[in-house]
Write a protein that binds this ligand. Structure first.
Ligand code: AOF
Ligand code: ZN
Length: 478
């Protein structure tokens, strides 16, 4: 099963909206076939393993299949694996995790048993679930798994009051943060971050990919570099940002802790399978929350070669001329607005320039929309107001907070999480499954966040409390 898990992680960053899955066929104590799911639309891991055994001229009759996820039993983009397994004469299936996909969720096991196949599951189930943290969330909630990433001083500031933030953390932490992007389907920022930093939201800091676009997109151990499909409403086909695992340069994909140690017939020098390196991959989308359509037309997200992968969410009251000007270059979505929950804190706690009474873009609506667009993993990179709104709405699943050994000490400095606050001390957001890692002289905290349940207490007072049975460590964790 460990081998199957290592094979599964070869698909890291490429299988979305499908999970990473690995499979190994064993007969008479010998491995006779192995495979992993490369990407959505392509064969599942079980089929890859069966094909591998056939290529090697090995009969799978009576063999045991070790697979990291319950075999699927419905036809999606590909036919059900349960049928291929029963047809093949495999005698026994040992699975790690049950597939949380409501269409499967135990039915795959049941059908196999009914067909006379011996079934066991739960072997290394936790590791298998960790590998697919985003998929497991998305397939059930139909919303992206949200990770809030921030690089801050020890006193919690992501920038000085002037907006100056280069650089808070050191090169190692910054490079790691770039890798984090590669595990995401989309990166989200607020318009204030665009105005202050003009971010590219690509993956910088690594060698340029072999077939990649000119510029700063690239990563070692490049897996794929071409387009999988056109972005929504795209008028052109820009080259896609490349993707790799989020574990840091040189590390193996998706937190397996080691390479799979296998010489596989489809291996290429880049570390990816031949098919994986020639087939296109889903690009990382770039999203901006911008209620009043203030995103400048000459900012990188709007004017760089990947503008077609940018979506700006504006409010219904955004000035039409600005909205239309943006829509000529990027995707513009008019999202509904909602009044922020009142009473979290009184007016004296309001942040300068922010009005508690101003309607805000409906984050729930936006995330549901993104879920429908098959964004399973969303990385949020500022600013503090956006982070606060997401926390207050209970929409954050994980944090990745980088801490630099610096103290800014500026009252007006920009905080990693701003907003009006959660009210009472017991109502603060609690983190669980905490992991600390060193990034040179900086620290990285990764942790799970429980959903925040907002309830009205004491008349109009809103109290936030979190309670959540966290499932697993993320592949993003150290
Ligand atoms: C497996 N093995 O390798 C994967 C599975 O659209 P499809 O046909 O690719 O099906 C997608 C669903 O199949 C996905 O939502 C998940 O439940 C399961 N993924 N199952 O037996 C695999 N990737
Ligand atoms: Zn399947």
């Amino acid at each position: 099963m460990r081998l199957a898990l290592r094979l599964a992680s070869r698909g890291c960053g490429q299988t979305s909206p499908n999970p990473m899955v690995g499979a190994v066929l064993v007969k008479s104590g010998r491995v006779i076939g192995r495979g992993w799911h490369h990407r959505a639309g392509q064969p599942h891991a079980e089929i890859e393993a069966l094909d591998d055994a056939a290529r090697r001229g090995r009969s799978v009759r009576g063999a045991t299949l070790y697979v990291t996820l319950e075999p699927c039993c419905t036809a999606g983009r590909t036919p059900p694996c349960t049928e291929a397994i029963t047809r093949s004469g495999i005698a026994r299936v040992v699975a790690a995790a049950t597939d949380p996909n409501p269409h499967h969720a135990g039915r795959g096991f049941e059908l196999l048993r009914q067909a006379g196949v011996k079934v066991g599951h739960g072997v290394l189930a936790e590791e298998a679930a960790r590998l697919n943290e985003s998929f497991n969330h998305w397939i059930v909630e139909r919303m992206p798994f949200v990770t809030v990433k921030a690089a801050m001083t020890l006193d919690g500031k992501i920038a000085a009051a002037t907006g100056e933030s280069k650089w808070i953390t050191g090169a190692i932490a910054r490079r790691h943060a770039m890798q984090l992007r590669l595990g995401a389907d989309a990166i989200l920022v607020g318009v204030n971050t665009v105005l202050a930093d003009d971010p590219g939201l690509t993956a910088r800091g690594a060698p340029r990919p072999r077939h990649g676009p000119e510029g700063d997109v690239g990563i070692r151990s490049v897996r794929t570099l071409h387009l999988l499909r056109s972005p929504p409403h795209a008028r052109q086909s820009p080259l896609t940002p490349s993707r790799s695992h989020p574990m840091g340069e040189g590390a193996p994909p998706c937190g397996t802790g080691e390479g799979d140690g296998l010489a596989h017939p489809t291996d290429s020098p880049g570390g990816a399978g031949a098919r994986a390196s020639s087939a296109p991959v889903k690009p990382i989308r770039r999203l901006v929350l911008d209620a009043r359509a203030r995103t400048p037309l000459d900012c990188r997200l709007v004017s760089d070669p990947w503008a077609a992968w940018t979506t700006v969410y504006v409010g219904p009251m955004a000035p039409e001329h600005r909205r239309d000007a943006l829509a000529r270059r990027v995707n513009v979505v008019v999202a509904p607005e909602v009044m922020p929950r009142s009473g979290v804190r009184g007016p004296r706690h309001r942040v300068a320039g922010q009005s508690a009474c101003r309607p805000k873009l409906d984050l729930n609506w936006i995330l549901r929309q993104l879920g429908r667009e098959e964004v399973t993993a969303l990385l949020v990179e500022g600013g503090g107001e956006i982070h606060a709104s997401l926390f207050e709405s209970g929409l954050v699943q994980r944090v990745a907070f980088y801490y630099a050994p610096k103290v800014l000490g500026e009252a007006a400095g920009r905080k990693a999480v701003a907003g009006a606050g959660f009210g009472d001390w017991p109502a603060v957001v609690s983190l669980r499954d905490i992991e600390w890692g060193r990034m040179g002289t900086d620290l990285l905290l990764t942790a799970r966040v429980g959903p925040v349940h907002l309830e009205v207490v004491d008349g109009n007072r809103v109290c936030a409390a979190s309670g959540h049975a966290a499932c697993s460590r993320s592949p993003h964790a150290l």
